[in-house]
Design a protein around this ligand. Structure first.
Ligand SMILES: [Ca+2]
Ligand SMILES: [Ca+2]
Length: 605
């Protein structure tokens, strides 16, 4: 157990605990009722310092350390740290039933100038893959990943990973030097430092001698694999399917890749290359797919499912690849999970199928063409905007569109790395006071000026129909990263274990546990019962049983609630928020709301 985890757990234990109920454990898992916790492994919890400088990251080309910049450096989070929180029940206490973790694959080893050059940007968030067949050793070994998966499954958590079949990691100087591509002609880059803190950009632009040599660049992925603006490659295109999303090289779907990338063969060595080649041959023989670069990536991604029982993918940039590639990824991943279950002796077990969600920029609550590509759910960028609507209209619309159409589903969120951290902006955060951009292992900052706003938004999110996504630190008031850097980069600050908003966490825990215990919340039909205080009903049939709840929002003190629509007299009810119990009499139950004004009514069974 790490110190920070112990400290946070102790802090939580000191507060009065409301144990909602044990019902959550008996509710069968359904993706339609998912409460997903989305985190970046590197930014969540550092289980061991032994892997913190994997591949020489944080060191220059001569082995001398750079000043740590909390924005774009790897900060130490790993599988082992995350596993500790899984085992301590941190996620289960929040009512979370699925983790969404950043891609575990080996990332490019080097960095480029980030933003306008104000920080060094490594692939810490898993979005710059170098080798899909290995874990990144900063996150941990394959054995540690397997242990994390085992711990998550043992805790009743599904595990999703963030994937992408559109782009690979950039060329960095360290990788060019290590894997002999791109033709660096000078060693000047190795010890280079910018003249000013905002000058990191020129590292790649100016210093490096990028030769015009088609031959030396062919030793990278090769022109059959990617589009990139380097000699000998088809340049990044204009149309969305051939453009270089996030400036990353675009994987080609249109041509056969006749050979493996040279740098990978060099990295792997003869023995591994032989094994991987035979494996790929078997995959293409079985599937009959064209040997395109994208289909290679599909093979490698689904290997992770087959080896570790990954329960689902969230596919980023689906708009930048063909619908056929998306369908192939889902088909192969579904098959791979079935293979894993068979190997575990789990065939026929009542368990959830592979879940496939899409992260499409600005997608809202509409049944778009993407659902034809096989997505089980699409991330809902419209949620924070919908918070401006009258509350009953939002709840009723979501229940109607999501729960009455089995072929439509969205996953709502408050915060993301693409949109910002909900309720947190401005000057409150950061380590801009650290002169050298020194290590900011706390996530920096302390206060949360808009805590109430975040609390109210949490209530709305967790009580909304459909799946919901908690972006790490939404529950604890994690502040933005340091000021003065790219705004979206600031959304990926370190988890704020040292400045944890316990009151806010409690709030998420209570409503999250209620949501986990009651399928009616996410999956049920919705009816308004009263305007003042706002009271609603949700109900869903579960086999022979019916799950029903009544929720009051904005209650003030002692509140009589007409519950006769659900419960007869003498039924014992509980408010899951405060733990208060009441008995139905003349169709009414009386509860005393606390300052939250929230009454979460469930039957005591
Ligand atoms: Ca570590
Ligand atoms: Ca593409």
């Amino acid at each position: 157990m790490t110190l920070s985890r112990l400290a946070v757990l102790c802090a939580l234990l000191l507060l009065p605990t409301v144990r909602v109920s044990a019902q959550a454990e008996t509710v069968p898992f359904s993706w339609d009722q998912a409460t997903i916790y989305h985190l970046i492994t590197d930014r969540f919890s550092n289980g061991t310092r032994d892997n913190d400088s994997a591949y020489g990251r944080g060191l220059d080309g001569n082995g001398s350390p750079y000043d740590v910049d909390s924005t774009g450096h790897f900060l130490g989070g790993d599988f082992q740290g995350l596993k500790g929180w899984v085992e301590d029940g941190y996620f289960s206490d929040l009512g979370v039933n699925a983790l969404l973790i950043s891609a575990p694959f080996e990332q490019v080893h080097g960095w480029i100038g980030g933003g306008f050059g104000e920080f060094q940007r490594y692939g810490y968030d898993g979005s710059w893959p170098l080798d899909y067949t290995e874990t990144d050793l900063a996150y941990g070994t394959k054995l540690e990943f397997e242990a994390l998966m085992g711990a998550a499954h043992a805790a009743g958590l599904k595990v999703l990973i963030d994937v992408n079949i559109n782009g690979v990691g950039l060329a960095t100087l360290n990788d060019m030097a290590a894997f002999d591509f791109g033709g660096i002609t000078s060693d000047e880059w190795r010890g280079w430092r910018p003249a000013s803190k905002s000058g990191w950009q020129s590292y790649n632009d100016r210093l490096v001698t990028i030769t015009d040599s088609t031959e030396s660049w062919s030793k990278w992925w090769g022109p059959e694999w990617i589009r990139a603006d380097v000699p000998g490659y088809e340049p990044c295109g204009e149309p969305v399917q051939t453009h270089c999303a996030d400036q990353l090289p675009d994987l080609r779907e249109d041509v056969v890749a006749t050979k493996l990338p040279s740098f990978l063969k060099l990295k792997w060595g003869d023995e591994k290359t032989t094994v991987e080649s035979a494996d790929l041959d078997a995959f293409f023989k079985r599937t009959g797919y064209q040997r395109s670069a994208t289909n290679h990536i599909i093979k490698w991604l689904t290997d992770w499912v087959r080896s570790y029982g990954i329960d689902g993918f969230v596919l980023n940039h689906p708009e930048s690849v063909s619908p056929e590639s998306i369908q192939r990824l889902k088909e192969q991943a579904t098959r791979a999970l079935a293979d894993w279950k068979a190997a575990q002796g789990m065939e026929g077990a009542p368990d959830a199928p592979f879940w496939f969600a899409g992260n499409v920029s600005d997608h809202g609550l509409e049944k778009s063409e993407f659902f034809k590509s096989g997505f089980d759910s699409i991330f809902n960028y419209g949620f924070t905007g919908d918070l401006q609507k009258p509350i009953d209209l939002q709840f009723a619309t979501y229940a109607e569109s999501i729960n009455k159409d089995a072929s439509f589903h969205v996953s709502s969120f408050l915060s993301s790395s693409a949109t910002g951290l909900y309720g947190r902006s401005g000057l409150q955060n950061g380590d801009s006071d650290l002169p050298n951009g020194g290590p900011d292992l706390t996530g920096g900052g302390s206060g949360l000026p808009n805590g109430q706003d975040l609390k109210d938004a949490a209530t709305r999110l967790l009580l909304s129909p459909g799946a919901v996504v908690i972006y790490y630190g939404d529950e604890s008031g994690r502040p933005l990263g340091r000021l003065g850097v790219d705004e979206l980069e600031r959304t990926k600050s370190n988890m704020n274990w040292a400045h944890f908003d316990e009151d806010l966490v409690r709030h998420w825990q209570k409503i999250g546990s209620f949501r986990a215990a009651h399928p009616a919340v996410a999956r049920g039909g919705h009816d308004k019962l009263s305007d003042a205080p706002y009271t609603f009903y949700r109900g869903v049939r579960q086999g022979l049983d019916t799950d029903e709840v009544i929720v009051v929002m904005g209650a003030n003190g002692k509140t009589r609630v007409n519950v006769s629509i659900v419960w007869p007299d003498d039924t014992v009810l509980r408010d899951a928020y405060t733990g208060n119990v009441a008995i139905v009499s003349f169709g009414q139950a009386t509860f005393t709301a606390d300052a939250s004004g929230l009454i979460l009514i469930e039957e005591v069974r």
